[in-house]
Write a protein that binds this ligand. Structure first.
Ligand code: NDP
Length: 477
């Protein structure tokens, strides 16, 4: 069995402790053994990043852009192979895995361009003999902590802007999905980056993640994951005044009004089961007004029942397994809870036998639920959605906003008036009209409100706000 170590200071270092990486579609398929590191490896990586920071910061924008372009080139060339690893270790379908690999390449290409566009501003001073210059400098060394569900895309959208704006990186991927991070690190290692600019340390969040957050040589932490972990990271980072950015969970509402196009509404709702529902932007609360409610539930139930669940590599598969046994048990607990709270399980929610031993669950749809039930208040992060009935648009909007989360919100309607009103009044960072709540472009800001996000937005030009420090200079000629 091949064993993969960490990438620190420009070299791969053999792991002393390892953890097996299993394919959730086929638990007999052991993908490899990956480093289970400790605090010593984090310290080495932080020191390597800090030592490389002055040189990388001084490296010209053309060189930075060229290196990011080179990473993008190789990723585009190897999209199928990389996508296969993404699907193999996470369980998303091959189409989803390849799509993620392609998107990650696009992100590196985009930030190659952004490295060249890091413009400043000039202003007149209120003092006549001075000129004012506002420029952006790199934040410094950044620790990037990422989850398992978009295990390539999320590292890509953190690493690319970090490098573009002159920061050195230590990446700590989820220990459930280290394979994609290793492939990405291997590509980055051959891109011509000076040693120490990019480092990869694998291991558990409690040990490696926490040590990264606490390390005094790490200037900033960009985190994506659950609210509980985000809160812990925030408290630790504040203690030493390190900059931090948190992208966390969601309980995203999709409002379906009486005048919605039924097919569009069902398409949008069914999109909640992509990546086996393990997306922070999935529509897990579907709020439907009375006039269309019964037709909508019947049509969605038919669609959900037809979703083909199977091995991620099977071309017939429309939904792969869930990521691991812990997540599977969590999904099952919430399905039982939904029933005991009085929700009607319309379809799915059962363990499935497949030729390969894996974490197979049929997609579950609840109806007749209320917004006070725990299945509608807590993030499940699996293939489970619930329909809530609303009397009219005003009630639907109030229900949509009645949540501690605020990542994405959607509405399906033929009414421009209601669509515009919803865009203005939905308490979410991203709002979709006649489109699924999941699925975002990479050149525009991504992020939420309330307990879904903290700090500057990620992606697009807005990524610069986290990865740079603003400097205002007053100059007497
Ligand atoms: P977790 O919060 O469990 O883990 C996220 C990362 O944090 C992992 O690498 C984990 O390590 C690490 N970690 C855990 N504890 C600590 C700690 N004390 N200090 C530092 N790092 C730590 O989330 P999941 O991986 O389970 O991902 C699912 C969550 O991610 C969902 O809530 C989902 O909504 C959210 N998410 C949000 C997105 C967004 O952009 N808003 C996008 C995608 C997902 P390890 O697990 O390896 O031990």
């Amino acid at each position: 069995m091949q064993s993969y170590g960490n990438f620190i200071g420009g070299e791969w270092r053999a792991a002393s402790e390892i953890r097996p990486n299993l394919n959730p579609s086929d638990l007999n398929d052991r993908i490899g053994d990956y480093a289970e590191s400790g605090t010593a490896e984090v310290a080495l990586a932080a020191e390597a990043a800090a030592a490389a920071q002055p040189r990388w910061q001084a490296t010209g924008i053309q060189t930075r852009a060229d290196i990011l372009d080179k990473i993008a080139d190789e990723m585009f060339r190897r999209t199928d192979e990389i996508g296969r690893m993404v699907s193999r270790e996470e369980g998303k379908t091959l189409a989803e895995g390849i799509g993620e690999a392609h998107r990650s390449a696009q992100i590196f290409r985009f930030f190659a361009g952004e490295a060249m566009r890091n413009m400043g501003e000039t202003a007149a001073s209120v003092r006549p003999d001075l000129a004012v210059e506002v420029t952006r400098e790199p934040l410094g060394t950044v620790g990037l902590i990422t989850p398992w569900n978009f295990q390539l895309g999320i590292p890509a959208w953190k690493i690319a802007p970090a490098l573009a704006y002159g920061n050195c990186v230590v990446l700590k991927p989820s220990e459930l999905t280290p394979g994609s991070a290793c492939m990405l690190a291997d590509i980055i290692a051959r891109s011509g980056l000076p040693e120490g600019v990019f480092n990869l340390v694998m291991g558990s969040g409690a040990t490696v993640g926490q040590a990264l957050v606490d390390h005094p040589l790490i200037d900033g932490i960009s985190f994506t994951g659950s609210v509980a972990t985000g809160e812990r990271i925030a408290a630790s980072a504040v203690r030493r005044m390190a900059r931090f950015q948190l992208e966390m969970g969601g309980k995203n509402p999709l409002v379906v009004l009486d005048d919605a196009d039924l097919k569009i509404a069902v398409d949008c709702a069914a999109a909640a089961y992509t990546v086996s529902g393990q997306r922070c932007t999935s529509s897990t609360r579907i709020i439907v007004t009375s006039g269309i409610h019964d037709r909508f539930v019947a049509a969605l139930a038919e669609r959900v029942a037809a979703i083909k669940v199977g091995h991620a590599f099977d071309p017939e598969t429309e939904m792969g397994p869930v990521v691991d046994e812990v997540q599977l048990q969590k999904d099952l607990r919430y399905i039982e809870l939904g029933k005991s709270e009085g929700g009607r399980l319309v379809v799915g929610g059962e363990l499935l036998d497949r030729p390969h031993r894996g974490h197979y669950l049929s997609p579950a749809l609840f109806a007749e639920t209320t917004n006070t039930m725990r299945i509608n208040r807590e993030e499940i992060f699996g293939p489970v959605t619930a329909v809530i009935r609303a009397g009219d648009y005003e009630e639907a909007l109030a229900l949509a906003n009645d949540t501690t989360y605020g990542l994405s919100a959607g509405i399906c309607t033929g009414s421009l008036k209601h669509a515009r009103h919803f865009v203005r009044h939905a308490q979410a960072g991203m709002v979709m009209v006649n489109a699924p709540t999941g699925g975002a472009d990479y050149h525009v800001p991504f992020g939420g409100r309330k307990r879904s996000s903290y700090g500057p937005r990620e992606q697009g030009t807005y990524a610069r706000d986290f990865y740079t420090c603003v400097k205002t200079a007053y100059i007497r000629p």
